[in-house]
Design a binder for this molecule. Structure first.
Ligand SMILES: [Zn+2]
Length: 272
């Protein structure tokens, strides 16, 4: 019999909690470690639609990337958006566990899954982990593309290989610039713009970039930028964690077919 504790132990081995940022709160959110598990559902975050799909899938455990309760809470009353989710999970006998910045930093985690999908051979992290002695652990990655290509062609590759989103993938910089060395950070990575510039990368790929940081970075001579939807850069990890769980335990592990990208429409003038 596989228990919630068994799955938690595997997740903590693959994505060591000590690699998490100090502000982060990954781990078991609700659920009894002693409960048995035969089906695990995986998603990027626990939304109402995700919990509904996890119930439909017959899951006893839901594994996500983004922590449901990141900041301190004083109530999980069922008439609050997050409390409603906690109640529904507990009443449905579903444990909830997240692996967040620990999964970003770990070897084989979110950033390595993204790099592999894009044909990038990783040489190291963009910023080394503050703990542990594995030089490959840390936030973001730097690596080499399997072939040199223009910024335009790499942007097209990213759009082709990541899950589709309503506004696609955008890039900043000379579109014909040849790129080979790539810095990347899954999820919101504008705090690493300077690290990306120092890494010597030709291009930095991340999500949630804003006008002023992007503009100032480019004018300072930094690498070209590729900006994807946050959901798109991280959700490929869900398949990876589901495959690892089903390989390591006698359970069914599935990726829920629920898009949790908050953006639902993207219109360009020429589309009107
Ligand atoms: Zn994220």
């Amino acid at each position: 019999m596989t228990t919630v504790a068994d799955i938690r132990a595997s997740l903590d081995t693959w994505y060591p909690p000590e690699l998490a940022e100090t502000w982060d709160r990954p781990g078991l959110v609700c659920g009894d470690p002693a409960d048995s598990v035969s089906t695990v559902a995986c998603a990027l975050e626990a939304t109402d639609a995700v919990v509904e799909a996890a119930i439909d899938a017959g899951a006893q455990m839901l594994v996500v990337h983004h922590p449901l309760l990141l900041r301190g809470v004083s109530s999980v009353a069922a008439d609050t958006p997050k409390g409603r989710i906690v109640h529904r999970l507990i009443r449905s006998g579903i444990a909830l566990m997240s692996a967040h910045t620990n999964a970003d930093a770990a070897v084989g985690g979110v950033n390595d899954v993204l790099a592999e999908l894009l044909g990038i051979r990783v040489t190291g992290p963009l910023e080394r982990a503050a703990v542990g002695d594995n030089p490959l652990e840390g936030i973001g990655r730097v690596g080499q593309l399997d072939e040199s290509m223009t910024l335009r062609d790499l942007t097209a590759r990213v759009a082709e290989r990541l899950p589709a989103t309503v506004w696609g993938v955008r890039a900043a910089g000379d579109t014909q610039r040849t790129v080979r060395t790539v810095a990347l950070c899954s999820g919101a990575g504008d705090s690493l713009l300077e690290d990306a510039a120092r890494s010597g990368a030709d291009v930095y790929l991340t999500s949630d970039l804003r006008h002023h940081p992007a503009d100032e970075h480019l004018r300072a001579g930094g690498p070209a930028l590729i900006d994807t939807a946050h959901w798109a850069s991280e959700s490929p990890w869900c398949r990876s964690v589901a495959d690892r769980i089903s390989a390591a335990h006698d359970v069914t592990a599935t990726v829920l077919d629920v898009r949790t990208d908050p953006w639902t429409i993207g219109i360009r003038r020429e589309d009107i």
